[in-house]
Design a protein around this ligand. Structure first.
Ligand code: DON
Length: 319
């Protein structure tokens, strides 16, 4: 079957092994700004030791069989956490309530744009910053409870306790003006009542959790299986929540590259500026890549190439 061919391909993949003697951290490179995205968005992945030669890929079947190649370097999960926060919010409040607060429409805009619907005042989807900030506010009554719930759901999806990278969190808190602005716009629109800096604080902590590419493949497999972690057997999400998370990943997970992605790769996916990408083939397996160089959308360059190749070579496109 193509799954065993895929496993063989991954286990024999010639991903470059990280050279542990090299201290070559990535330079601080920005994502280009535009009229929508005011100013450059600094990528902080170098803080956790990301290097240009880092490349890792992994697949985890819904039976828990893992195959990986390349580095197991741990890097910040960043925006990939948004998908899991959304699933947690749905299971906490029900689909109807969550849908009444956060929309599910692709934005075609950058991930940190002011993507709020003019009429309904809802953020357009939960996978861009403004929607993720609003979703985060739903995770509990206090900053501590919200942050803990998000950390718990990330741990449960990965099947192990994930570490927080404090340096990334603390640095991001010092440059949080844009996320704070988005949170204040939600409040100004009457869409959120919680304290802006508390919500942004918890959202940023979720972004700074460290994952390896293998963790991400298990997290993706948890979604692919309908919400059950294939390693621990824990029911992390209801089937409804897992399906909804994957639906929104399909249309919104790759930001303003979502159209190209669905044409070329054809799988629901979510990227993070830490360099990770997850994708899922529902009822089959979860996939993940890690390579820290980003394109102008904030998506991993080599990760995108990897998924395009993989999808073509193994006919993974769902359509
Ligand atoms: O809030 C931010 O902008 C970052 N912590 C996360 C952005 C991100 O990962 C976008 N993804 N590609």
């Amino acid at each position: 079957t193509y799954l065993s061919r895929l496993s063989i391909a991954l286990s024999t993949a010639t991903a470059p092994e990280p050279d542990e003697t090299t201290e070559a951290a990535l330079p601080d490179r920005g994502i280009s700004g535009s009229a929508e995205s005011v100013g450059d968005i600094p990528d902080l992945s170098y803080l956790s030791g990301a290097r240009e030669d880092h490349l890792g890929v992994a697949v985890c079947t819904i039976d828990g069989e893992i195959t990986s190649a390349g580095t197991e370097h741990a890097f910040p999960v960043q925006s990939i956490s948004k998908a899991f926060a959304y699933g947690a919010a749905i299971d906490l409040h029900g689909m109807d309530y969550v849908d009444s607060v956060v929309d599910e429409e692709p934005t075609g805009e950058e991930f940190n744009a002011l993507s709020i619907d003019r009429h309904s005042k809802k953020p357009k989807n939960p996978l861009v910053n403004i929607g993720a900030i609003r979703t985060h506010a739903m995770l509990g009554p206090t900053q501590e409870e919200r942050t803990q719930r998000l950390r718990d759901v990330l741990d449960a999806a990965a099947g192990r306790p994930l570490e927080l990278h404090r340096e990334t969190r603390d640095e991001e808190l010092t440059i949080a003006d844009r996320n704070l602005a988005l949170a204040y716009m939600l409040r100004a629109a009457g869409s959120m009542t919680e304290d802006a800096s508390e919500v942004v604080g918890g959202y940023i902590e979720g972004c700074a959790v460290l994952t390896t590419v293998t963790d991400l493949s298990v997290m993706a497999a948890t979604l692919a299986s309908g919400g059950t972690n294939p390693l621990t057997g824990e029911k992390v999400f209801s089937r409804v929540a897992a399906r909804q998370v994957l639906s929104v990943m399909l249309t919104c997970g790759m930001y303003d590259n979502a159209g190209d992605w669905i044409s070329d790769v054809g799988l629901p996916a979510k990227s993070g500026v830490g360099g990770g990408i997850i994708a899922a083939l529902p009822s089959r397996f979860g996939l993940a890549s890690y390579a820290p160089q980003l394109d102008l959308h904030g998506n991993s360059v080599r990760g995108t190439y990897f998924f395009e190749r993989l999808s073509a070579d193994f006919a993974l496109h769902m359509l």
